[in-house]
Each structure stands twice: as structure tokens, then as C-alpha cells.
Design a protein around this ligand. Structure first.
Ligand code: ATP
Length: 301
């Protein structure tokens, strides 16, 4: 195995056990919601686990909203940026996104490649992530400059990297998922597996799953391409109202003023009660089986 290079990123990430990059070939297939659910489910299912989520979807950051911490800001300490903790004082669910750095909500990020590259490097080298069992990274759709920057900066910690690919059952999404898989092969990034999102519909009345579009395309693609199928997640209206409106339903803290932490803990509790959480439980079990089994690369890129 190649020696680990000593860089600001490798030093900063030295206490992180697993870095899981969430990608998709196509936009809108639910990559951010899968990344958010992965963080929430990991957080909720293991006592004392420490989870981070890094949003490198610089032009469309949605993780702060999905985790109920939109409008929070990060501050500088003598040891770098302190991430936003969605669970406040417990400090086991750390979150970092360009969304926390924008002056006003709704401001757009109009940056060329070098500025995006510098931002991603800073997220990895300047944020005080501390000890984490998992760092989940949400990426933009496709295989863009952001992916290459991310992998370039993460190359010193290649032995802890893996990816999951999110697709929907439709043929166009599957086609793009195959391209995404081909990208991971080209850059030597090990893939834990494929998640098929919006696969069937959960009836809000009876909880039955019915198939609106074709299903099982993700599973078939996984088999054909020789990668693991992590599982299928149905269209779930409870999930949408929870993640899309996470900031709109803050419970009141004792002071009467909602704080990010109370929103986060309430969000985890409410997420666990959704049909999606049950389905994601199976995805997580398969993913956790896959983690020790994947072939770690001696280098990436
Ligand atoms: N399983 C699901 N059931 C219902 N709605 C879902 C599901 N997964 C995602 N959504 C909804 O679909 C929309 C798009 O999801 P999301 O933002 O996660 O996609 P994305 O692939 O990250 O998009 P982008 O390409 O913009 O990064 C969101 O409103 C989200 O709540």
C-alpha cells in the first residue's frame, strides 16, 4: 500500500474512519436526500456514532435545509471553521455547506472552476471535523469539476474513500448512472453500490408500495455492471414534507426561540417515523456489509 501523503487535508481528516461520496449521473434523482438520510440514519442507528456531512454541491446547496439548519452560520476558531452541529450540544452530527457562507438566503454562487476548487480544499483542510466515524459528501449531479477537485484533495486519504451512486428507475437516469459508474472506474474510486430512489410509491393511507414507473432497473444495472445493489427507496410524501420543509417546523426550545440543535433532534425523531426510514434501514445494513468488503485502492485518480 502506498504511504499516506502528509498534506493539510490528510492531517485534518486523520480521525475520520470512512468518507462516503454520494454521486448521481443525473440531477434531481434524490442524491441530496439520500445523503441527508444516510447521515440521519447513521446518526440514529448507532449510539455515540459521530457523523459529518459535507455539501459540495456549491451551486445548489440543499443539505442545510434538509437537516433543518438553514440560516445557521459557521464561525472561525483558532483551529479553523467550526461546522454547524445539527444536534447542537451533542455535537455528533456536523454539517458544512457553502449555504452557511452566503450573505443572504437565495444568493447564487457564480464561481468559475478555480474558486470552486479553492472552496472544496478549504472545506477539507480548514473545517474542524474532529473525530468522525463517517463523513458523507453530497456532490453536484454528473461528473463535474467539483468531483475532480474533491478527489484530488482527498487522494492522500484514498484508503478511506468510497462512493454510492443514486439513480431513479427510468431509463434515462439509469443511462447516466452507468456513466457515473464509468467515471468512478476511470478515477479508481471504489463503489459501495447503487441506490434506486423513487422506486414505487408509498400510499400515505395504507403504507402499501405500488409501482408507478418501471422498477428494479437499478438492481438490474447493478447486476449487469458487477456492483452491489444497496436497495430501493420509494416515493414518500412524508419524506418530502419533512426534508423540504425542515426549516419551517422548528419546535420551540425552552427559551421560546428555536435553535438549530432542537430542530435537528426533532428532525431525526420525525425522520425515524417515516416509511423512508424503514426502507433506508435495509440500505444501511447492506452498505455496512459492503464497507469492509470493498477493495480498497492503493491510489485514486
Ligand atoms: N424518495 C423520495 N420520495 C419523495 N420525494 C423525494 C424522494 N427523494 C427525493 N425526493 C424529493 O425530490 C426533490 C429532489 O431531491 P434532491 O434534491 O435530493 O435531488 P438531487 O439529485 O440532489 O438534486 P440536484 O440535482 O438538484 O442536486 C426534493 O424535493 C426531494 O425532497
Amino acid at each position: 500500500m502506498a504511504a499516506v501523503q502528509d498534506t493539510p487535508v490528510s492531517r485534518r481528516l486523520s480521525s475520520i474512519k470512512h468518507i462516503i461520496i454520494v454521486c448521481s449521473g443525473k440531477g434531481g434523482v434524490g442524491k441530496s436526500s439520500v445523503a441527508a438520510q444516510l447521515a440521519l440514519k447513521l446518526y440514529a442507528s448507532t449510539p455515540n456514532v459521530r457523523v459529518g456531512i459535507l455539501d459540495v454541491d456549491l451551486t445548489g446547496p440543499s443539505i442545510p435545509r434538509m437537516l433543518g439548519v438553514d440560516g445557521s452560520s459557521v464561525h472561525q476558531s483558532s483551529d479553523g471553521w467550526v461546522p454547524v452541529y445539527a444536534d447542537a450540544s451533542e455535537a455528533r452530527l456536523a454539517c458544512m455547506s457553502v449555504g452557511f457562507l452566503l450573505k443572504r438566503k437565495g444568493d447564487s454562487v457564480v464561481w468559475r472552476g478555480p474558486k470552486k476548487n479553492a472552496m472544496i480544499r478549504q472545506f477539507l483542510s480548514d473545517v474542524r471535523w474532529g473525530e468522525l466515524d463517517y463523513l458523507v459528501v453530497d456532490t453536484p449531479p454528473g461528473t463535474s469539476d467539483e468531483h475532480l477537485s474533491l478527489l484530488e484533495h482527498l487522494s492522500p486519504v484514498h484508503d478511506r474513500l468510497s462512493a454510492i451512486i443514486v439513480t431513479t428507475p427510468q431509463a434515462v437516469a439509469l443511462m447516466d448512472a452507468v456513466k457515473c459508474l464509468s467515471f468512478t472506474r476511470a478515477v479508481n474510486l471504489p463503489v459501495l453500490g447503487i441506490v434506486e430512489n423513487m422506486s414505487g410509491y408509498v400510499c400515505p393511507c395504507c403504507g402499501e408500495v405500488s409501482n408507478v414507473f418501471s422498477t428494479a432497473g437499478g438492481e438490474e444495472m447493478a447486476r449487469r455492471e458487477g456492483v452491489r445493489f444497496l436497495g430501493a427507496l420509494p416515493v414518500d410524501t412524508e419524506l418530502v414534507s419533512l426534508l423540504d420543509a425542515a426549516e419551517a417546523t422548528p419546535p420551540k426550545a425552552e427559551s421560546g426561540v428555536p435553535d438549530a440543535g432542537s430542530v435537528g433532534i426533532e428532525l431525526v425523531r420525525r425522520y425515524q417515523a417515516t416509511p423512508s426510514a424503514k426502507h433506508f434501514g435495509k440500505v444501511l445494513d447492506t452498505l455496512q456489509d459492503a464497507l469492509p468488503a470493498i477493495e480498497r485502492r492503493t491510489s485514486i485518480l
